[in-house]
Design a protein around this ligand. Sequence first.
Ligand SMILES: [Fe+2]
Length: 259
Amino acid sequence: MVSGSAGGEFEQLGLPSWERKAADLLLVLRSGGALGEPERVVYRVWRGAERGRWEEWGLRYDLTLILAGEIGGELNKTFGHYHAPLPLWPQGFPELYQVLEGRGLFLLQRPGGREVALSLAGPGEAVFIPPGFGHLTVNVGPEPLLVSNLVLAEGEALYEPFARSRGGAWYVLKGDELAGFRLRPNPSYSELGLPRLRPPLYLSFRLLDRVRDCPEEFRFLLHPEAELPFWMRGAGSEKGEVLLEKGGSARGGTSPSVQ
Ligand SMILES: [Fe+2]
């Protein structure tokens, strides 16, 4: 398990990990070449960060640590990707995230940006990525953002669509004291509408503990016909696709200023 993440202690011997530096994000940044410090690490990913019975079910548990900061005014973010189609998941497979430390903004988008949802999540809160949505995560807080995720182990991430569009449908810029961040539309997206704010799921447990104890509850990440566990139904839907459709407007939280 990753601990003391704020202090540069993220070397986890024996665990496969990779990092992205500012220069690696060049293709998805609003500022283009204005990198500041191109060699600065923006985030690090541990794939298969914990081993367990869920691997026999075809699930993988990962951790991502996104450091606080900005690149050319844009808050530190992941590159963004879609999930490659599979026979069972022609639109791409789903994924479930949970924030462990810090404060994150999850941007979910359909190809072309015709539907975009934003979820602001703090420690304990979870964000479901339904089939068909590309996604990226932004650290909108002053501390490192540590998120976990459970996902189909055999699934493949497609980064190229985000590179081709110079990032996600909206850029998340550093805000002022009133608003922690500001949104700017990405002009590469021609069908862009206003993003919907979608409340996160609050979970009373950590995904890692839950998947250790009850891996069968996560079958909905493996098979489109599987029932959602009761703690997902709390969001008001039976199926992930509907979960987003019915996600509705945000309850509480900070409203970003849209520009
Ligand atoms: Fe993903």
